[in-house]
Write a protein that binds this ligand. Structure first.
Ligand code: FES
Length: 352
């Protein structure tokens, strides 16, 4: 065997001088494997009362985790968003954020600390030497892993220490509840709010720019007028929410040019009112071509023909714009005859 095949041949020998001056050679390997130190038993291995104390400590940590999770949920319910507290040395912070962070942190920490303490004091404490082996697992290796797993489960006393097992299950089962209660922050359910707008029978059409009720004579041929429902003011708390559904565009078309029969019936002397909200993804439509009666959404170029029921003639929008049925009241102002017949905006009715 060459020295390359046996690296230990290349190791230096230890040379010592004898009392007669000759040199003795000691064939000791300075890099020899020192082996495992003598095994020392833990106090829990030899004293059942110490093992019981450790068991109670682990159970205490898991129980503390459960209480912290309950505290997390209670904090979420109890503390208003705007309440602040003084915490030294941080200063004034949100009571809700502080309590949520603290309780969730304690819940997770106690699970981790309980598991570590359990492993260090009660699970098997036997040193095991294992030879290096190829990465690819042989069937026998898989079988051995399964056997080791079962042996490990048995040695961890998972079945015998019912107190630990049950409190650990409780702690692990309750921690996800923290995430579940946060789902409430997604907001209240929309209920039927997307199906209705502020338009109702008798509501006047008010010019968005002048804030004045509109008469048919205010709508010039070729112009595009934007309107809102009477009573909706910009300083209202819900203005943005309501105008996002109720915004209206009004044009005047020669009645003979209107091809759609219902559109003609729902108009007044060629004045037609349509939702301004694009049925693709809800952009406000703002470009009107007088000659063709086409309106164009600037976001993705959906084009609607206002002389033909506002049907889509180009672009990604999937539906015609909803039309508002209008008439003129006794004072000569344009008024709605009800709400839109279908939900406005991006294809909501398909989700119905
Ligand atoms: S939002 Fe109008 S085309 Fe996309």
């Amino acid at each position: 065997m060459s020295s390359q095949e046996n690296p230990e041949e290349n190791l230096p020998s230890v040379q010592e001088k004898t009392e007669h001056g000759s040199v003795a050679v000691a064939d000791e390997n300075p890099f020899a494997d020192p082996g495992l130190p003598p095994h020392e038993h833990r106090v829990q291995d030899i004293d059942e009362r110490a093992a019981k104390r450790s068991e109670r400590a682990v159970a205490f940590l898991f129980t503390l985790s459960m209480l912290a999770t309950i505290g997390f949920i209670a904090s979420y319910v109890a503390f208003p968003v705007d309440k602040s507290v003084y915490i030294f040395p941080i200063g004034h912070i949100s009571a809700l954020n502080f309590s949520l962070g603290m309780t969730l942190g304690v819940a997770l920490f106690c699970i981790g600390a309980g598991a570590v303490h359990w492993a260090r004091t009660l699970m098997s404490d036997v040193e095991v030497a294992d030879e290096r082996h190829p990465i690819e697992a042989e069937p026998e290796v898989k079988a051995k892993v399964m056997a080791d797993f079962k042996a490990g489960a048995a040695e961890s006393q998972f079945g015998r220490r019912k107190l630990i097992r049950n409190t650990m299950f409780g702690a692990l089962a309750m921690v996800p509840l923290s995430g579940v209660v946060l789902l409430r922050d997604l907001g209240p359910l929309p209920e039927d709010k997307l199906r209705h707008t502020l338009w109702s029978k008798g509501k006047l059409l008010v010019n968005m720019n002048t804030n004045e009720p509109l008469r048919p004579s205010d709508i010039a041929v070729g112009s595009l007028t934007f309107a809102k429902p009477e009573g909706l003011e910009e300083h209202d708390h819900d203005f943005q929410k309501e105008i996002a559904k109720a915004a209206l565009m009004i044009v005047r078309i020669q009645p003979d040019d209107i091809k759609d029969k219902q559109e003609l019936e729902w108009s007044h002397e060629g004045v037609v009112a349509y939702s301004k909200i694009c049925t693709h993804v809800g952009c406000p439509i703002s470009l009107y071509e007088q000659q063709t009666h086409h309106v164009l959404c600037p976001c993705h170029q959906s084009t609607f023909d206002l002389s033909d029921g506002a049907r889509v003639i180009f672009g990604p929008a999937g539906h015609a714009l909803p039309q508002l049925r209008i008439a003129v009241n006794e004072e000569g102002y344009l008024e709605a005859l009800g709400d839109f017949a279908e939900p406005v905006g991006p294809a909501f009715w398909e989700r119905g």
